[in-house]
Write a new protein. Structure first.
Length: 527
């Protein structure tokens, strides 16, 4: 029959089983029946308490935090000699199975900061904070917090106490450290701090949860003033592009493009293709100032006498600095000065036309930029008519000079096609005759993209083929010494096949098919 000493009021159930086994000379406490403790449960003890006159295992040692408040030390849960966990199977009442005396185990004092922090903050919250301070976000901090060893618990609680004492600076230092590891700017909150919001929502203390969210929000808001702004729905509400556009009385697309132009580092592209932009008060002030100093594209076009599309091409060429807000008046005046600086006030000749007419009838949209560069460089003799009207109406030049420039441009840039009007001038045909030839398949055209439009053009190879096969009858008759009036009857008697003409199909110009034997000779003569 077992000797059963009385159990102390603050003695734990496993501690009483250990003392009961020791009094009865049993090797293991689990040999005593009705012990409601797992044989593998980790036990804790205070060596200083076990070294007293009446050693026994206290009930308080089973609770968290594992501290002996009487001696202000951390409890011991493993043997200092064999490093075996203290369980009912591994220890006797006052010693380990390896023979080590538990009362002689070294202890670690609890810091004053940790003791004072425990008076105002629950230990679960301190270990929660300590897990993030020690292991960060990517090291699964809350999972490591589940380790119930005293060594790990003491590290977590001490780190959490330090963090709570230095709040909010300590948390902001961690946020800065975690953000630097991402190396991206700007970024979404969940990208910079993966899983942080989910973990904050699991914080054991509601008051601390609110403090965490407030500190994170303040940090995210301050980040928008630096080079690594934090975006996302979890951050404090910011001004949207639509709201800013409404305040500036602008289109949303224009404001978005202006932000990307003025602060390209303040936007990021999401996987969905959408862009998130950072809008600060300073950026809004800059946008507002630019709006006041700018002129719209339509206003600038009317002022210069250009079409809006032409002026847009001028901006794309780099001759005018355009932005989503339009053009600055200073840039517009500089552009006007550069156009007119080589002009003189000489008498206008018969072939002179104003710049507006030249752009409308001669220069294609694709050639707008190079042509205006040539005008600014003084490649054309320029004259001015008066001081009234737009620059496009006051500036005059000769059509022949512009046409010669266009032909040289086409050769220099390697253009392999001509517009139908250019082909008409090269072949010396009337416009109705050219359309008739195209309509009947004698001159083939193709579609090419010219600028932003798809136009019907004549390839240079096709032009050479046509010139080798067909020729105006007037040119052929002149080469043979026949007058124009006798040319139709001469062609008929000479067996020359006419494909167009007033007496053939009503066309206004006779076109003849060149005999195959004379094709090479005629081509050389025409060239």
């Amino acid at each position: 029959m077992l000797v059963r000493p009385p159990q102390y009021s603050d003695e734990s159930a496993p501690g009483y089983a250990l003392r009961l086994a020791a009094r009865n000379g049993l090797e293991r406490a689990t040999w005593i029946g009705n012990v409601d403790v797992s044989p593998h449960e980790r036990l804790r003890c205070c060596p200083h308490c076990l070294a007293g006159a009446r050693p026994y295992w206290r009930n308080a040692w089973l609770n968290d935090p594992p501290i002996c408040h009487q001696h202000a030390v951390w409890l011991v849960d493993e043997c200092s000699r064999c490093h075996r966990a203290l369980t009912l199977n591994a220890i006797h009442h006052e010693r380990c199975r390896c023979g080590a005396i538990l009362s002689e185990s070294p202890t670690s004092p609890v810091s004053e900061l940790a003791l004072s922090s425990l008076k105002v903050t629950a230990p679960e919250m301190l270990t929660w904070l300590g897990a993030f301070a020690l292991y960060g976000l990517k090291e699964k901090p809350l999972k490591k917090r589940e380790d119930r060893s005293v060594r790990r618990y003491s590290e977590l609680l001490e780190a959490g106490a330090t963090m709570a004492n230095e709040w909010p600076v300590s948390f902001e230092v961690l946020l800065e450290l975690w953000q630097r590891r991402t190396g991206s700017s700007p970024s979404l909150l969940n990208v910079v701090f993966p899983g942080l919001m989910r973990r904050i929502r699991s914080a054991p203390d509601p008051s601390w949860k609110a403090r965490l969210l407030a500190t994170l929000s303040a940090y995210a808001e301050r980040s928008r003033q630096g080079d690594r702004p934090i975006l996302g729905r979890n951050t404090p509400r910011i001004t949207t592009v639509a709201e800013l556009a409404k305040r500036l009385n602008m289109r949303t697309e224009g404001v978005a493009a202006a932000i990307d132009d003025m602060a390209p580092e303040g936007a990021m592209l999401l996987r969905s293709g959408r862009r998130r932009r950072v809008i600060t008060a300073a950026l809004e002030d800059r946008l507002r100032a630019n709006v006041k100093a700018r002129r719209s594209l339509s206003h600038a076009a009317a002022y210069l006498g250009f079409s809006t599309e032409r002026l847009r091409l001028v901006g794309e060429e780099g001759l005018l600095t355009a932005s989503p807000f339009g053009l600055s008046q200073e840039d517009i005046d500089t552009f006007e000065t550069n156009l007119i600086k080589h002009a003189s006030c000489a008498q206008l000749s018969k072939g002179d036309r104003c710049l507006a007419h030249v752009l409308r009838t001669v220069v294609t949209r694709v050639e707008t930029g190079p042509f205006l560069r040539a005008v600014m460089a003084g490649d054309f003799p320029l004259r001015t008519k008066s001081e009234q009207g737009s620059i496009a109406q006051r500036l005059y030049m000769r059509i022949k000079d512009v046409q010669a420039w266009r032909q040289s441009q086409q050769v220099s840039v390697g253009i392999d096609f001509l517009s139908k009007d250019e082909a008409r001038r090269v072949l010396k045909l009337k416009w109705e005759v050219l359309c008739h030839l195209i309509r009947h398949g004698h001159l083939r055209t193709t579609e090419r993209r010219v600028g932003r439009r798809c136009s019907e053009v004549v390839l240079l190879k096709e032009l050479e083929r046509f010139r080798a096969i067909f020729i105006p009858l007037s040119t052929l008759a002149k080469r043979s010494g026949i007058c124009a009036k006798q040319a139709p009857s001469w062609a008929q008697s000479a067996g020359i096949h006419l494909i167009t003409g007033p007496t053939i199909d009503g066309c206004r110009q006779y076109i003849a098919r060149v005999p195959q034997s004379d094709a090479t000779l005629l081509s050389r003569d025409l060239n």
